[in-house]
Design a protein. Structure first.
Lengths: 232, 232
DNA sequence: AGTCGTCAAGAGCAGTGCTCTCGTTTTCTT
DNA sequence: AAGAAAACGAGAGCACTGCTCTTGACGACT
């Protein structure tokens, strides 16, 4: 009985997947604004209204693509970290961040969907949060393990954060049990710096200014490791 | 003679200004994607095709808004720095960056136009570069003057940058004559970190995570000052 | 076997950027 | 001052978008 029901659901799942695949291809070439439900339908040989059986609106399609994007990025990062020697904390930090940058550079439009300006009229639903934290969770794990191994000694770079500021980062601290608040904040700073760089690079702010961006990015990562006090 | 000619050009300039004003208001409420030439024309009591006498395409209107945005941000930053005591380099750094963040938070859609993902199908023409460097020029001035005053002693945060990496930042170095390459790079890193934070904040990445963002941002700025070696 | 839900298709609505044409008005030239 | 030239607003129209509603056919469950 489930077989027949599955028969229908299978073709439905397949069509849903085909829609997202075509949409992702359109997204990669045209960008988020150029994503057109009618064009997707045309490419599938369907009529435009039929798409709405699978995605109630354009925003729902975008949401699916966003979740897929977070998962693709998160999976790439997780795989990189899993392939690294556990005790090489500095190396893990460098490789993980390079993976993030590589992914962003090779998927600029998808990256823009995740970390660029929100699409007009679109507000991300809660469904995305689970997939969104995969990359920051990896950083948290690296810092936590490095701290346990005594590989973190943050340098003195000015006045320590006030308890109120430390408290503000409580949600991030939850990802790094046992790590002191100052180190958590340094990690968050490094995190925003990395994405700040990637944003600038992907969105063209370095055009005609910096050419060998991977090398400068690598230097950025090492300076950030220094500010976090990640020594090995 | 110029009076009569000016008569027409004056009304033209006035209408052009009215168009950009209405467009900016639309941009502020709807975002870049919701900017509609027809809606602007409607609000002016014109017919849509008349707008094209003033802006050949929607992209040209966007370009005008982008240039205006860079100038508004740059002017705010310059005014802040001009009002600060010249020798208070750390204070200038803090105030200038807070001004940038304040502007971004209070003009999120305009900010998104400047530093978010590029508008679909839109490629910034060269006209924007002159206005775009006003804020980074201010940072360059602060660092240059601080360096001359001996207020910069960058801490050791790992291996120094290779000559090749320093050479990549030549265009940025040109803004800071006499400043050593390592400091220039630290400055560029701080710069990308600041905008990385602002991006995260404006684009909603800190929602339900960090509440008192100004305070944490202030801490970020002080850590970055320490990274640059800006001590006073 | 009959009923009910799912589906693709088509027409249609309101909106968009943009083009072209047509009189009118203003400016420049002779 | 008169005529040529340029600029202008209005209107119709094209191709496109997201989305809704209805219709008729097919497949699934009682």
């Amino acid at each position: 009985m489930t077989a027949s029901r599955t028969a229908r659901e299978r073709v439905r799942a397949e069509l849903t997947r085909e829609i997202t695949d075509i949409a992702r291809r359109q997204l990669a070439t045209e960008g988020a604004g150029g994503l057109s439900l009618r064009a997707v339908a045309r490419e599938m040989g369907m009529v435009s209204s039929a798409i709405y059986r699978y995605f109630p609106s354009r925003d729902d399609l975008l949401t699916a693509l966003i979740i897929d994007g977070y998962n693709a990025l998160g999976e790439a990062v997780e795989r990189t970290d899993a392939a690294s020697p556990t005790g090489d904390f500095l190396g893990r930090w460098l490789r993980v961040c390079h993976t993030m940058r590589d992914w962003a550079v090779s998927h600029p439009h998808e990256y823009a969907l995740l970390y660029g300006s929100p699409v007009p009229g679109y507000h991300a639903p809660q469904d995305t949060v689970a997939a969104r934290v995969r990359d920051v969770a990896v950083l948290g794990r690296i810092l936590t393990e490095a701290h346990r191994a005594g590989a973190i000694t943050p340098p003195d770079l000015g006045p320590p954060p006030s308890p109120a500021v430390v408290a503000e980062a409580a949600d991030i601290s939850a990802l790094m049990p046992g790590v002191p608040g100052e180190v958590v904040l340094r990690g968050a700073i490094a995190w925003t710096s990395v994405y700040g760089w990637i944003n600038f690079e992907v969105f063209g702010q370095f055009d005609n200014t910096i050419e060998d961006r991977k090398s400068v990015f690598d230097h950025l990562l090492r300076v950030l490791a220094g500010t976090m006090g990640l020594t090995r």
